[in-house]
Write a protein that binds this ligand. Structure first.
Ligand code: NAD
Length: 445
């Protein structure tokens, strides 16, 4: 088995060595458990001024059976702070006064969620400064968190407060274990928000198409969406037919062998989903490849194959998928941290994954998409423990694992959980977002 620093220092001689030398010891992250509580403890809810979002959060938590604290208790599991009404940087004292002391008592895998309004819609320069400052503070808190805790910002557009519930639930829960220092943007919902009757099955009755589902992150996406109630159409190349069928059979879904770069891939998916399942509600564009080399040594076919699989195929397939997807559906694209930070030897891959971000943001604002009430979002994974990353040379691999605030690699399920959140009908107010699932990786932060 390949060496894993995090496992080495979790017990025995490795633990002793790390303690003696003051080396980092990654915490075990709290992850979602079906039937478990939303958050394991009390949540402190506070705000500046009227704090309209805090009021909504208190109701939401009461409904979810979570005890709301208004002062730090001995060990709060999370802090939700409403800064939507800040007018000047002086108002940020509220944050220091509330979050500072609470950090001392925060339970393991604790959560800090700070709400603000978008700086772009500020009505004064001082207000824009204060609003933008929130993001800076929360990113810094993410770096100060201990015990596997996360800190995220949620910017809610004026008039969009009713759209926050899904994001609050996601961020407090174990579903967001590896998501930290992100900025979520909640806007007016693109279609009616439908809260599920069972929050453990938020995708009940939905049909989800997942490309690249035979293994790795794609297989985890298929499993997670199926766990949450969706029927899966698992898509992969014919060469992966065996494992693909195994995934689809295990989940009670169907398998479709198709190369996503084929001209008729989109049409085949539509035909299959309609014939077998009567249509589809969710599309996850996950299939992806790497063909790494320095740009100086990158031949045309190496360049082209990566752009074809990772980007051009999505644009082509969407021409068939978008007219056919059910009203109020969800499209989720898989980008990468390399598409944000760039990476040596990955110009082709970075081009494709940055292109995915451009495509996501443009498509989310497209009138045809808005008319159909479809959300379009992307995840950008950082270092995720897969067969692919297990093959990276030891030193580079350990750097990838440790250079983030959570001091460990993420798991495929962490990417899958974020994709699932984007696909909830309870979540129609988050579109055009790109969320990194990277444990606040230093790269491109
Ligand atoms: P993987 O190589 O384990 O799996 C990719 C799957 O896509 C395979 O089953 C493969 O057969 C399929 N696929 C490849 N080309 C295809 C094609 N033309 N048509 C249909 N299917 C095709 O990779 P992974 O690590 O699970 O990555 C999944 C996605 O996540 C990719 O888009 C990747 O770029 C992205 N990503 C991964 C990481 C990571 O750390 N593993 C980090 C950032 C982004």
């Amino acid at each position: 088995m390949a060496f894993n620093y995090g496992q080495f220092v979790s017990g025995g001689v490795g633990k002793q060595l790390a303690t003696t030398l003051g080396l980092p010891r990654p915490s075990r992250l709290r992850r979602h458990k079906v039937g478990g509580s939303l958050v394991p403890g009390e949540v402190l809810v506070a705000g500046h001024g009227d704090a309209p979002v805090a009021e909504r959060v208190r109701h939401l938590l009461a409904e979810a059976g979570v005890t709301v604290a208004s002062r730090p208790s001995t060990s709060v599991a999370g802090v939700v702070l409403d800064l939507t009404t800040v007018e000047t940087p002086a108002d940020l004292e509220t944050l220091r006064g509330v979050v500072g002391p609470a950090l001392k008592t925060l339970a393991p895998s604790g959560r800090i969620i700070v709400f603000g309004r978008p700086p772009e819609s500020a009505t004064s320069v001082a207000q824009a400064a204060a609003r933008r400052a929130v993001e800076g503070i929360v990113r810094s808190i993410g770096k100060e968190m201990r015990g596997g805790g996360t800190a995220n910002t949620v910017l809610v557009a004026e008039g969009a407060d009713a759209g926050i519930d899904a994001t609050v639930r996601f961020l407090l829960s174990g579903r967001s274990a590896y998501v930290s220092a992100q900025v979520f943007r909640v806007e007016a919902p693109v279609a009616d928000i439908v809260a599920p009757s069972d929050w453990d099955r938020p995708l009940a009755g939905k049909v989800a198409v997942v490309t690249g589902a035979a293994r790795g992150i794609g297989a985890a996406i298929a499993e997670t969406l199926a766990r949450d109630g969706a029927t899966i159409v698992a898509v992969d190349v014919p060469a992966a037919g065996g494992p693909l069928a195994e995934v689809a059979n295990r989940l009670g879904g169907s398998a479709l062998q198709v190369d996503v770069t084929a001209d008729d891939a989109g049409a085949k998916i539509v035909e299959h989903a309609q014939a077998r399942h009567g249509g589809f509600d969710i599309v996850v564009h996950n299939a992806g490849i790497t063909r790494d080399k320095l740009l100086a040594n990158t031949e045309a076919d190496r360049w082209d194959s990566v752009l074809q699989v990772n980007l051009l195929s999505i644009l082509r397939m969407n021409e068939a998928l978008i007219p056919a997807i059910n009203h109020g559906g969800h499209i989720v694209n898989v980008s990468s941290i390399a598409g944000i930070a760039g990476n040596r030897g990955q110009t082709n891959y970075a081009a494709s994954k940055a292109g995915v971000i451009g495509m996501t943001q443009s498509l989310a604002a497209d009138q045809a998409i808005l008319d159909k009430g479809i959300t379009v979002n992307a995840v950008a994974p950082g270092f995720i423990e897969t067969e692919m990353t297990a093959k990276i040379p030891l030193a580079t691999r350990e750097i990838g694992r440790l250079t983030n605030s959570l001091q460990q690699g993420g798991l495929p399920i962490d990417v899958a959980e974020t994709i699932g959140y984007f696909a909830w009908d309870a979540n129609r107010a988050v579109t055009g977002n790109v969320v990194r699932v990277c444990g606040q990786m230093i790269l491109g932060a």
